[in-house]
Design a protein around this ligand. Structure first.
Ligand SMILES: Cc1cc2nc3c(=O)[nH]c(=O)nc-3n(C[C@H](O)[C@H](O)[C@H](O)COP(=O)(O)OP(=O)(O)OC[C@H]3O[C@@H](n4cnc5c(N)ncnc54)[C@H](O)[C@@H]3O)c2cc1C
Length: 428
């Protein structure tokens, strides 16, 4: 057995502080035997890709931590496809690809691991290239029943069963499988234009309306904490695109701190952090995040922001905040038949981060309730859920699973009952 090993800490503070049973650093024969013979207790087995969510560990549970031994990134320069192992961080992936003038649509922060891709993966470049899950060409791993598999992206001659397996894995893999490595498409690296500005709620509403008309090479994301800060990304693809960026810059409302910069790749985006003042700067915080999905809000942007303003007026502390990022464009057209990310009409993903002082049960309850109430206030505009973070430990788990998979859920459950019959992986 593997003892707890502290040589790599989980980035998520809550996960880091759990008193866990121990860590497996590999899917060795011992672990496989335990899985196949249902000897692993308690279940589920927790999986750590990047260690950024609270569910890469749980009190008393075993974690399979890929960050120790699954770090390989191999680019095949003949076809520009890359194979990555399950412990690779997204920032390391695109840094390595940059050496070959290639890139991949990672998210706003590169600290995330394989969970980013497996749960869909919304990038500031997704409007142009699609979701991270749309870039997957091969998936290798073990089903929850312990059987090994290797699958390639289905084509017209693939069987229905092969298509079904692919659809389940692309967006719902964490419930049915342990993924060891993926083969991915990559793209030619192109320079990025970035802008950022503090905005009023009215200015943000105007910017959202404009963003829905931007070319697919551009996208908006923002954070609402003590202030509202908006960020834009535009990928340059020849002179025309510089023109688009200039047009956007001329159009958007700006404040005194408006700033423009260029970047080599997505690793140079600023991290979305609430600007804190006072005590909360120094207190250790735990948090949970709920991601919502919804269609165009175009002319309704002001109404939505009024709702968010009300929510923010009730927030439990200044470490709790709301952000949003833009989808659409290529994410609309990726094949529904090949992924469990069913919200193809989604144009916006707002997410609600509720924080609390570590180990303060009362403030935890308050923050979790604030998340739930905020969800309720926003659900008419954003009816879907992006299951980027799993919450089997919270009472809204079933509700978020329903909102994430909708009418696809019964088939997904049937699939889980065959491929993870003992519930080795998180419940669905
Ligand atoms: C700073 C920050 C920025 C983010 N920005 C974005 C963004 O721009 N776009 C976006 O879409 N999301 C974003 N996210 C959300 C993030 O992508 C998800 O929370 C994702 O699940 C994190 O994956 P991880 O591997 O880092 O974390 P982990 O906590 O290690 O993994 C999360 C879950 O994924 C599953 N998992 C991980 N690896 C495997 C595997 N090999 N096999 C099976 N299951 C596995 C497990 O169920 C695990 O509990 C962001 C998160 C953070 C913290």
């Amino acid at each position: 057995m593997n003892n707890i090993d502290n040589d790599l800490i989980f980035q998520n503070t809550q996960a880091q502080d759990f008193n866990i049973a121990g860590i497996y650093k590999d899917i060795n024969s011992e672990l496989l035997e335990m899985i196949k013979n249902d000897l692993l207790h308690p279940k589920p087995l927790m999986i750590c890709g990047g260690g950024t969510s609270s569910q890469c560990a749980a009190k008393g549970h075993w974690t399979l931590d890929f960050r120790h031994r699954f770090q390989a990134i191999k680019l095949d320069t003949s076809n520009n496809q890359v194979v990555i192992e399950a412990g690779v961080r997204m920032e390391n992936l695109i840094e390595k690809l940059s050496d070959f003038n290639r890139t991949f649509p990672i998210g706003i922060s590169g600290v995330t691991g394989l969970g980013y891709i497996l749960t869909g993966g919304i990038s500031p470049l997704s409007r142009k290239y699609g979701l991270a899950i749309d870039q997957v060409l091969e998936i290798h791993g073990y089903w929850g029943n312990g059987n090994k598999f290797a699958l390639s992206k289905p084509n017209s001659s693939s069987s229905d069963q092969e298509k079904l397996k692919w659809k389940v894995l692309c967006g719902a893999a964490p419930f049915v499988a342990i993924i060891t490595h993926l083969k991915l498409k990559t793209y030619k690296l192109k320079p990025l234009g970035l802008w950022e500005s503090t905005l009023s709620s009215k200015q943000l509403a105007e910017t959202i309306e404009m963003a829905e008309k931007w070319p697919n090479s551009a996208s908006l994301y923002w954070i609402w904490g003590n202030t509202i800060k908006a960020y834009g990304v535009c990928e340059f693809d020849g002179e025309n695109n510089h023109e688009s960026f200039t047009k956007i810059l001329n159009q958007i409302p700006k404040s005194k701190d408006f700033n423009i910069s260029n970047a080599k790749n997505l690793n140079h985006l600023k991290r979305l952090k609430p600007q804190l003042i006072g005590q909360s700067l120094y207190e250790k915080q735990y948090s949970e995040v709920l991601g919502l999905l919804g269609p165009s809000i175009n002319k309704k942007a002001s109404d939505v922001l009024n709702v968010i303003e009300e929510i923010m007026n009730k927030r439990p502390n200044e470490n709790s905040y709301i952000c949003a990022q833009q989808l659409g464009g290529a994410t609309k057209y990726s094949t529904k038949e090949l992924s469990s990310f069913v919200h193809k009409d989604a144009i916006w993903k707002p997410w609600i981060t509720g924080s609390w002082k570590a180990n303060d049960i009362k403030s935890k309850e308050k923050s979790l309730l604030w998340i739930e109430n905020s969800w309720d206030s926003l659900k008419d505009y954003f009816p879907g859920v992006h299951l980027a973070q799993l919450h089997p430990h919270l009472n809204w788990h079933q509700k978020e699973i329903n909102a994430a998979f909708k009418e696809w859920l019964p088939k997904l459950r049937q699939f889980k009952s065959e491929y993870d019959p003992k519930g080795i992986l998180p419940p669905l």
